[in-house]
Structure formats: structure tokens, C-alpha cells
Design a protein around this ligand. Sequence first.
Ligand SMILES: Nc1ncnc2c1ncn2[C@@H]1O[C@H](COP(=O)(O)OP(=O)(O)OP(=O)(O)O)[C@@H](O)[C@H]1O
Ligand SMILES: O=P(O)(O)OC[C@H]1O[C@H](OP(=O)(O)OP(=O)(O)O)[C@H](O)[C@@H]1O
Length: 224
Amino acid sequence: MAEPIILAIPKGRILVETLPLLAAVGVVPEAAFSDESSRALRFATNRPDIGLIRVRAFDVATFVAHGAAQLGIVGSDVLDEFDYSELYAPVDLNIGHCRLSVAEPAELAEGDDPREWSHVRVATKYPNLTARHFAARGVQAECVKLNGAMEIAPVLGLSSRIVDLVSSGSTLKANGLVEVEVITQVSARLIVNRAAFKTRAAEIVPLVEAFRRTVAAKTGVRAA
Ligand SMILES: Nc1ncnc2c1ncn2[C@@H]1O[C@H](COP(=O)(O)OP(=O)(O)OP(=O)(O)O)[C@@H](O)[C@H]1O
Ligand SMILES: O=P(O)(O)OC[C@H]1O[C@H](OP(=O)(O)OP(=O)(O)O)[C@H](O)[C@@H]1O
């Protein structure tokens, strides 16, 4: 039998929303997959032709772009940050909804107008996306790369502004920050390695179609 198709799934928030989606597609992981304390990284499923790996959100795109996994589930924030030409993102999974925004301390926001900035220093996990966004309107962005806890940067003087994901807004609020500009809306996507999509089409196309149908059924939209 051919090697199983590997589907890369991110740890963290998207994992919780991914499990029901996978079940609806007919892929049921072995029990250890949902056990956060399990140290395993690779998991079998009820389908002998499909295996799963559980990796960090940013690494899902890297594994799939390099063909180490054939498919993956990842936020559009990660896709926009890396802009990998090897990735095809055929299905918006309608999970992991949030937005990427610029935020700053509430006191600074009073009387501040982002449209008047010519230079901005931000702490962010998304330096490429941020620089591109500001460059498009002639603003020079100086990015300090962090991997988490961006919201603490302004109060400690690392940068007065941040670019980070916002959903309920409670993390910003808890740290005295307010959203001053939305850069982009985010949702999770099914991604496919372009080369694998051609060489293993017989296995991958039905899976992509199963995801497409499942999402369409959940959202009440007819599959195209
Ligand atoms: N507040 C949120 N609401 C909805 N979706 C989110 C939210 N925060 C992040 N996401 C989505 O989930 C993905 C993973 O985010 P998460 O915060 O779980 O990763 P992380 O913990 O920062 O990653 P890492 O594994 O590198 O530590 C993001 O890329 C984004 O698409
Ligand atoms: O607007 P909210 O609903 O408060 O969500 C926003 C938070 O969610 C994400 O972090 P997450 O909690 O996933 O953990 P992380 O800091 O480890 O990335 C993001 O980085 C924000 O900190």
C-alpha cells in the first residue's frame, strides 16, 4: 500500500474546532490525538490511508509547503504571513474566526489617527504581513518580532503599538489596549501541497471534496 496521506493539524485553538470537522469528513483520530498530555506527534486514524501530525500553527504551513505533509489546516493569518507559492488553499473551513489588528494603549489612542502615521514601531508575530500592510499606504513599519504575549509590549516600553489577533477583545482589554485598525479578517483554511495535489490526485481530490461538502453542509451553502 502507498504511504498514508499526512494531514497536519495545529495544536492550540484550532484543534478543538477541527475535531468535529474531521469526524464529519469521516476521519477519526486515535484517542491519543485529543490528549494534550500525549507526547506523540504522529497519529493513526480510522482510515489506514490517512495519518495525522499535530504541530505548531506556523509549522503546519512549513510541513505542507515542503511536502512533508500533503494536507494541513491552518489560519489564513499564517498563509498571509509566509505567502508560500507551494501551497494551494482550496477550502475556507469557516472555523478559527478572528481578525489581525493594530492596537495601542487607550491613552495613546485618544486623539491618535492611524491615517496620519508615516512611521510606526510594532511588536508582532506577523512582521511580513504588517510591513506589507503599512507599505501599501506609504507607512514605514519597524517590527519587533515576538512569538506570543504581544499585549505586554506597550506597557514595558518595547513598542507603543502591537499587531495581533483579536477575537473577543478580552486580551486587549485586560492589558489596557484598544484596537485602532483592522488589517485583515482571519479564518482557517484547508491547504494542499501543489505537487502532491498533482501526483496523488486520486487520494487527495476526494478528501478536498469531502471537506468542501462538509463545510457547505454546516454553513447551509450548496457545494460548488
Ligand atoms: N483569539 C482567537 N480566536 C480565533 N482564532 C484564533 C485566535 N487566536 C488565534 N487563532 C487562530 O488559531 C491559530 C493558532 O493560534 P494559537 O494562539 O492557538 O497559536 P499559538 O498558541 O500562538 O501557536 P504556537 O503553537 O506557535 O504557540 C492562529 O494562527 C489563528 O489562525
Ligand atoms: O480577543 P481574544 O478573544 O482575547 O483573543 C486574542 C488572543 O488570542 C490569541 O492568543 P491565544 O490565547 O490563542 O494564545 P497565545 O497568546 O499563546 O497565542 C491572540 O494571540 C490573542 O492574544
